[in-house]
Design a binder for this molecule. Structure first.
Ligand code: SF4
Ligand code: SF4
Length: 285
C-alpha cells in the first residue's frame, strides 16, 4: 500500500491511498463522522432571557458551536460514552457525580445591553476549563436590544456524532476513486465542450488534443462525458486508488480525527478476533 499526503493543514487532511479498497476507507470515513467523541453543548439552564429569541432557539444555537476538544483527547477516550449519555437524562440511571465530572464542563454566558444594541458572540461564553471552549470567538448567537439580557448556565458534554451531529468533529468526510480519463483522438472533433463544462478545470485544449491538468482534481461527475456528442471521452474510477478527505470543525485536528477513527476500528476488530479465538478454544459452536 502506498500513501501520500495531498493536503494537510489545521482544517483538512487529504490522503491518496493506493492499494486499499474503497469500502475500507468508507468505514474510516463513517467512523470519523459518527464515532469519534468530542465536546458539545448539551444542557442550557436559562437564568434570564429577555431577548427576542426563544429559549429553545438559544439552546439550539449554542449546541451548534464547535467546542475545542483536542487538548482533552485523553479524557474523551477515557469516559464510557454510553454511561455519559445516561448522565444527561437526569434519571435514576444517572451514575455517580465523580463520573459526571469527567464528562461535563461547565460554562456561563451573561451579557446585558445597556444603552446600545449588543451582539452576543461565542467568544462571550466563559468556560471553567480553559482548554474546552468555543473553537471560534466570532460566531453570533443573539442580538440584544438596549435593556435586554441573557444569563445562561451551560454544560458541555462528551458525545459522538452517532447520537447527534453536533458532536461530529468532521464537517466533511469523503472518499472517492482516483479518476481515469481517456480521450479517443479518432473520435474527438476538438469542439472544446468538455473543457467548458468541467467544474474543476481538469481538462484543457493543447493544440489538437485534450489534455489533463491534474487528475486528482477530477470528481468523476462525468459532465464532460454527457456533453461530448462524439462519445470521444470516457471517465472511470480506478479500483484501489482512492482519496480520503476529512475536514475538521476545529474541535479536533484532522489527523487526530483520523487517528481516533482508526483506533476505534482496530478496537472493534480486536473484539471480533477475541470472540473468534474464544470460539476456537471452546471447540466452536
Ligand atoms: S467534447 Fe468530446 S469531441 Fe468535444 S473536445 Fe471534448 S472529447 Fe473532443
Ligand atoms: S468527470 Fe467532471 S471533473 Fe472529471 S474531467 Fe469530467 S467534467 Fe471534469
Amino acid at each position: 500500500m502506498n500513501i501520500a499526503i495531498r493536503e494537510w493543514s489545521k482544517e483538512v487532511i487529504e490522503l491518496f491511498i493506493d492499494g486499499a479498497p474503497l469500502p475500507l476507507l468508507n468505514v474510516i470515513r463513517r467512523y470519523s463522522l459518527a464515532k469519534v467523541p468530542t465536546y458539545a453543548i448539551d444542557e442550557v439552564t436559562v437564568v434570564s432571557n429577555t431577548s427576542a429569541m426563544f429559549d429553545e432557539m438559544l439552546a439550539h444555537r449554542l449546541a451548534m458551536i464547535p467546542i475545542r476538544s483536542e487538548e482533552s483527547v485523553d479524557r474523551l477516550l477515557e469516559v464510557d460514552i454510553d454511561t455519559c449519555k445516561k448522565c444527561s437524562l437526569d434519571s435514576d440511571e444517572r451514575p455517580s457525580k465523580d463520573l459526571c465530572d469527567k464528562c461535563f464542563v461547565n460554562m456561563f454566558l451573561e451579557i446585558e445591553a445597556h444603552d446600545n444594541e449588543v451582539t452576543v458572540y461565542s467568544g462571550d461564553i466563559k468556560s471553567e476549563d480553559p482548554y474546552v471552549k468555543p473553537v471560534y470567538d466570532n460566531i453570533p448567537i443573539v442580538v440584544l436590544a438596549p435593556g435586554q439580557r441573557v444569563a445562561l448556565e451551560i454544560r458541555a458534554r462528551i458525545g459522538r456524532g452517532l447520537e447527534h451531529a453536533k458532536w461530529s468533529p468532521a464537517t466533511v468526510s469523503v472518499t472517492r476513486h482516483l479518476a481515469r480519463i481517456e480521450v479517443d483522438k479518432s473520435l474527438c472533433n476538438l469542439c472544446g465542450k468538455c473543457v467548458e463544462v468541467c467544474p474543476k478545470k481538469v481538462l484543457y485544449m493543447n493544440g489538437n488534443e485534450i489534455r489533463i491538468r491534474n487528475i486528482f482534481d477530477c470528481i468523476i461527475c462525468r459532465q464532460c462525458v454527457q456533453v461530448c456528442q462524439s462519445k470521444a471521452i470516457s471517465v472511470d474510477g480506478i479500483d484501489d486508488k482512492n482519496i480520503l478527505r476529512i475536514e475538521s470543525s476545529g474541535s479536533l485536528e484532522p489527523e487526530t480525527i483520523l487517528k481516533i477513527s482508526l483506533e476505534i476500528l482496530k478496537r472493534e476488530l480486536m473484539e471480533i478476533r477475541s470472540f473468534i479465538e474464544e470460539l476456537k478454544k471452546g471447540g466452536g459452536s
